[in-house]
Write a protein that binds this ligand. Structure first.
Ligand SMILES: [Zn+2]
Length: 540
């Protein structure tokens, strides 16, 4: 009764303003209202009631179920019976839907709710998500201060919005790279690399895109006027979810300028030896080697094969409190809170080799070398691994065998190589099938015959389909497959005594590595993690 009174009172007061003869109603409502006190809950209820009434009136206007000449009367009834009539109208709606489709009513409601929230967002009532992102240069100055010189003109703010949107969408889409380049004299394209595969997300006219490129160059501390000479830079994006770093490279190309932006946003603490795709056996081997006080673990693989991720996963499994960890990187990709990280800078004459020499004077237990590129670094790192240091390093090569050949090419003696190295890990990244849309694979008769012959259970093999969640790619996220070469006494003796010739190493080693990777890939295929097509795409 109290609730009804609080609803009717303002309505009656409103009506009395319109018709002077309504004083009787006012006095009744006044009497009721005197016993009422104001509370925010009541106000909220009132607003909800009014809203529902208006909504119901709109429904009455649209529904064919109420004859036109009765609509006035129905509106009046609706005004007082708002929520009740809403329920009736909803029931009518449900009744009108064919029985077979009634199961999807819940989905219909959630879709309606999503539509409403999206229309609110696009109407600008709530700021779009990308407006919460802040782009900062290395000194912490915000983009609009650098690019717009502190003054926001309309043109500038449109450019800055576009830039923020590109960065935001890349982060949300888990892109590892953003490529902006001219397709023709008048059109530029924006592409994202997601799970290792490039896809075009936007086309822009050259003038707008050049402004976006300039804004990114400005925040990356690059020279805007220089459009031909290659330049490097970096910037940071801050948002509620955390901070992401970006490395930018520009170069003049045909029809304009190309910008490559590498996203370094992964949370490094997420990588551990148990979540990077290693089998239990492989993980045990690596953990065992890492726990030893000395020796070298060498990671290899082509560009973008996830070597650095594995390196950080290994570092994360090391106890920073009992072991002094120093890294030399080019550049520092992720910050490790408890390790000393040194960044190589050839311009300032800080090279891998020089940094390594100075590190050795700081009594490290674990040394991490970002990449072995030259003879001096290779030799110092291998010597350090024999003198009571655990050395983790990466080298650019396609297989475990070619990593050894590369070290020998760098004039490392077979004796130094065999006594220093503990293991070589070669790896490739494969895309994971999207869990929301993967479906049982359609296998050909010859594939089934092959699986039967090899006694492989193919019941769980899945294939990519594509859905909204994975942006129609059929894949979401990646995992790695590994080939691990452990240096046992036999291998050491073979290499040290030169009984394993380079030709033999190249031939047999490459074959062994490839078949091992294929075996690991097949394991991931039969457990439905990735597809047959993906393994052949990656391994060829
Ligand atoms: Zn999907």
């Amino acid at each position: 009764m109290q609730i009804l009174a609080v609803i009717r009172w303002p309505m009656a007061a409103h009506l009395s303003g319109l018709c002077p003869g309504f004083d009787g109603a006012v006095s009744v409502c006044h009497a009721l209202a005197v016993s009422l006190t104001f509370s925010p809950l009541k106000l909220l209820f009132l607003i909800a009631w009014v809203y529902l009434c208006l909504y119901c009136i709109q429904r009455v206007e649209l529904t064919p179920l109420v004859p036109k000449n009765r609509k006035g009367l129905t509106n009046l009834a609706t005004l007082f019976l708002g929520p009740v009539s809403l329920a009736v109208l909803l029931l009518i709606d449900i009744w009108k839907i064919p029985a077979a489709e009634r199961g999807s009513i819940l989905r219909m409601f959630t879709e309606r709710l999503q539509n409403i929230s999206e229309s609110i967002k696009s109407s600008g009532l709530v700021g779009s998500k990308h407006s919460t992102i802040k782009l900062l240069d290395s000194s912490g100055t915000e983009l609009w201060e650098i690019y717009g010189h502190g003054k926001k003109t309309r043109q500038d703010s449109h450019t800055l919005d576009l830039t923020k949107e590109i960065i935001w969408d890349a982060l949300e889409g888990r892109a590892s790279d953003i490529l902006i380049d001219p397709r023709s004299e008048s059109i530029y394209t924006v592409r994202y690399r997601i799970d290792g595969v490039l896809r075009e997300v936007q086309q822009m006219d050259a003038t707008t895109c050049q402004a976006v490129i300039n804004s990114i160059k400005a925040v990356s501390s690059m020279d805007i006027s220089e459009r031909r000479r290659p330049q490097d830079g970096a910037f940071v994006a801050k948002m509620a979810e955390g901070t992401a770093s970006f490395r930018v490279a520009s170069a003049g190309v045909l029809n304009g300028e190309k910008l490559s932006i590498r996203v370094l946003n992964q949370n490094v603490s997420e990588f551990t030896l148990s979540n990077i795709g290693l089998t239990e056996k492989q993980r045990n081997i690596i953990e065992n080697t890492i726990s030893k006080p000395s020796g070298m673990i060498l990671m290899c693989g082509p560009t973008g094969s996830g070597k650095t991720t594995t390196l950080y996963a290994m570092l994360n499994s090391i106890d920073f409190y009992t072991r002094n960890v120093i890294t030399v990187e080019d550049p520092i990709e992720y910050v490790l809170p408890n390790a000393s990280q040194i960044e190589v800078n050839p311009r300032a004459d800080i090279t891998f080799a020089k940094s390594l020499r100075s590190i050795l004077r700081q009594d490290p237990d674990v040394i991490c070398v970002g990449e072995i590129r030259d003879e001096e670094t290779a030799k110092i790192a291998l010597q350090a691994s024999q003198t009571g240091h655990l050395v983790l390093a990466t080298i650019h090569s396609n297989s475990t065998a070619s990593a050894l050949i590369r070290l020998l090419d760098l004039d490392v003696t077979p004796l130094l190589l065999s006594s220093g190295l503990s293991m070589v890990v070669s790896q490739r990244l494969v895309r994971r099938l999207c869990n929301y849309c993967k479906a049982p694979a359609q296998l050909s008769q010859s594939q089934i015959r092959d699986f039967l012959k090899r006694k492989i259970n193919y019941a769980n093999i899945k294939q990519a389909i594509g859905c909204d969640y994975c942006l129609e790619a059929g894949y979401y996220g990646r995992t790695a497959i590994y080939d691990i070469l452990v240096f046992d006494d036999d291998l050491r003796a073979n290499i040290a005594n030169n009984t394993l010739s380079i030709t033999r190493l190249r031939k047999e080693g490459d074959q062994r590595g490839k078949s091992n990777l294929q075996k690991q890939g097949l394991l991931k295929v039969v457990s439905g993690i990735t597809s047959i097509e993906e393994i052949s795409r990656v391994l060829g």
